[in-house]
Design a protein around this ligand. Structure first.
Ligand code: IMP
Ligand code: MG
Length: 230
């Protein structure tokens, strides 16, 4: 369990997407992108920090020439709160005018972050722009943003792992797990307990998210309504 002064004690819940499922899907996405962009040299822009592991794995399966760059975006809020205030903290190293750009994002939730980024990149006169997100929470969308390549659709639960964090924790998990707010009574008991465990509870046969192939909306409706960290 972690709380770290946030008043938001949490613990890891069920595994939503396993390491193997992610690996298979990332290979599929890389194959699809390699086919779509045959004969071109796209620039993959990873949205930091959540997209860093996804980018690293994806590019290793690409069969086309490409370049990579990074952009760091910060939105305000902490714990599970949502925020619409988005700021570019660290810009890309190189210009993208006239380039085919693919934004690599860990998760699309409300869509506000991508919408700001889309405006920024279109303003820089890119030749084309697509978004590739490992995870999509379509039920949380507040603003329409086209997401061309989606790894998995997930329900409206807060997830961590494979680059995604809760207060900078859990990015290093090889799978995607649900993060569960601890109930009040439980929190007091856990505070008295010894060491924190960051291992997911893999034993539970929880409902899994599924690859976002046409017609698939697996995982929808499985989650409680939670707020996200921004
Ligand atoms: P959006 O602007 O609401 O689409 O939020 C996108 C950003 O919020 C992502 O890039 C993540 O940093 C963060 N985020 C949204 N949902 C989650 C989640 O379930 N786990 C971890 N981070 C999340
Ligand atoms: Mg975060």
């Amino acid at each position: 369990m972690i709380s770290e002064g946030t008043g938001n004690p949490v613990h890891l819940g069920r595994v939503l997407i396993s390491r193997d499922e992610i690996e298979t899907r990332v290979r599929e996405l890389a194959r699809e992108i390699s086919t779509d962009y045959a004969g071109r040299t796209p620039v993959f822009i990873s949205l930091l920090k959540g997209g860093f592991i996804f980018l690293a794995d994806l590019v290793r399966h690409l069969t086309i020439p490409h370049e990579i760059d990074f952009i760091t975006v910060r939105s305000y809020g902490s714990g599970f709160e949502r925020s619409e205030r988005i700021e570019i903290v660290n810009d890309m190293a190189r210009g993208v005018a006239g380039r085919d750009v693919i934004v690599i994002d860990g998760i699309v939730d409300t869509g506000h972050t991508l919408s700001v980024l889309e405006e920024l990149l279109l303003g820089r006169k890119v030749r084309s722009l697509r978004v590739c997100a490992l995870l999509d929470k379509p039920s949380c969308r507040e603003i329409t943003v086209p997401v061309h390549y989606v790894g998995f659709r997930v329900p409206d639960v807060f997830v961590v792992g494979y680059g995604l964090d809760f207060m900078e924790r859990y990015r290093n998990l090889s799978h995607i797990a649900e993060l569960v707010p601890v109930a009040r009574g439980e929190a007091a008991a856990a505070a008295a307990a010894p060491a924190e465990s960051v291992e997911p509870e893999t034993g539970e046969a929880g409902k899994r998210a599924a690859p976002a192939r046409p017609g698939s909306a697996a995982g929808e409706g499985a989650g409680r309504r939670t707020r996200r960290e921004t």
